[in-house]
Design a protein around this ligand. Structure first.
Ligand code: SF4
Length: 328
């Protein structure tokens, strides 16, 4: 069985949050390579963890550096890739180099330090960044697997995905994923849990069931959905993170402002619904008496007409918070 078949049988999906089937992505790069064998192929390991409360990839760097490189090497060999990049936030570069560097040896892997923020983790914005352009997403299709870096087939996978590929190659993949548990957690940290584990199970297993009234934000500490304790019989969707918030100590308005500030800083300004929408949300939340109807209308417009996932994702945390917790 070749590597792509093995990944397919394992049922691996991308660990950056989008959960796209990894074998399909690899096959698409291979098809593009076969269609045009003279074109270079690139591989990118996306280590641009930019969302609050999500730090599971740096945990993998710390404890499983060799696996990451084994997974990348498998991709380089499968596509006869010319060059591979590790796309990493500048402030993490030193640590990442010291952990991954010793395993790179003669592989064509280079580090690409960046300080462009959260949006740079979106695969087409990442490609624009490496090419030296503004950090903005591109229209898809064409997908990076066919026309990515410098117009060539490019595989962009999250760092944890490469870790999983290594486990598959060793016959040790058990359908697990890494989850950061942060916020008002009793036992914060990064934990490896079965992909099928419910949030309730994860909190119990990691000794993180709060002894106070709480709610959680799952799938990213800014873009994640808000869930109540009675809604935790479900698996994690999106990025591997759970933020725990004590209901009494959390000021709802401040929390929403924090999310909006994050999106205000992180958006690229390319499309009006997101650029103007985040501006309006910030303005409205800054008032003594925000107009919640305007706020909701802006969020819906952003969800329906933003150009990329960043603008669309502001709706989820804000609306779920207003509906489930409520704001004064
Ligand atoms: S949705 Fe936001 S981040 Fe995405 S392209 Fe539009 S302005 Fe840029």
């Amino acid at each position: 069985m070749n590597i792509i078949d093995k990944i397919k049988v394992a049922g691996l999906t991308g660990r950056g949050g989008a959960e796209f089937p990894t074998a399909q992505k690899w096959q698409s790069v291979l098809n593009a390579k076969k269609a045009n064998p003279k074109k270079p192929v690139y591989v990118v390991c996306n280590l641009s963890e930019g969302e609050p409360g999500v730090d599971k990839d740096m945990h993998i760097v710390e404890y499983f550096p060799e696996d990451v490189i084994i997974g990348m090497r498998a991709a380089i060999e499968t596509f006869h890739a010319d060059k591979a990049y590790i796309f990493v936030q500048s402030h993490n570069l030193k640590k990442v180099k010291s952990r991954l560097g010793p395993f790179i040896k003669r592989l064509p892997i280079v580090f690409f330090p960046e300080d462009r923020g959260y949006l740079a983790g979106e695969e087409t914005a990442l490609i624009e960044t490496i090419e030296g352009n503004r950090t903005e997403p591109r229209l898809k299709p064409p997908y990076p697997t066919e026309k990515g870096l410098f117009g060539c087939p490019t595989l962009v996978n999250n760092l944890e995905t490469f870790y999983c590929v290594s486990r598959i190659l060793r016959g040790e993949y058990n359908s697990t994923r890494f989850i950061s548990i942060r916020g008002d957690a009793r036992n914060p940290g990064v934990f490896e849990m079965p992909c099928t584990a419910t949030i309730e199970h994860i909190l119990k297993k990691t000794k993180n069931v709060p002894r106070f009234g709480y709610f959680v934000q799952v799938g990213g500490g800014a873009s994640g959905n808000i869930l109540l304790p009675e809604e935790l019989e479900t698996t994690i969707k999106g990025a591997g993170s759970i933020m725990i918030y004590g209901t009494k100590k959390t000021d709802g308005r401040k929390l929403m402002k924090r999310w909006v500030e994050f999106f205000y800083r992180s958006n690229c300004g390319k499309c009006a619904p997101c650029r103007e929408g985040v501006y309006r949300l910030r303005e409205e939340l800054g008032k003594a008496k925000p107009n919640w109807l305007i706020l909701r209308a802006v969020l819906e417009t952003m969800r329906d007409s933003s150009f990329c996932p960043l603008g669309k994702s502001v709706h989820e945390p804000m609306m779920s918070f207003m509906e489930k917790i409520g704001v004064k």
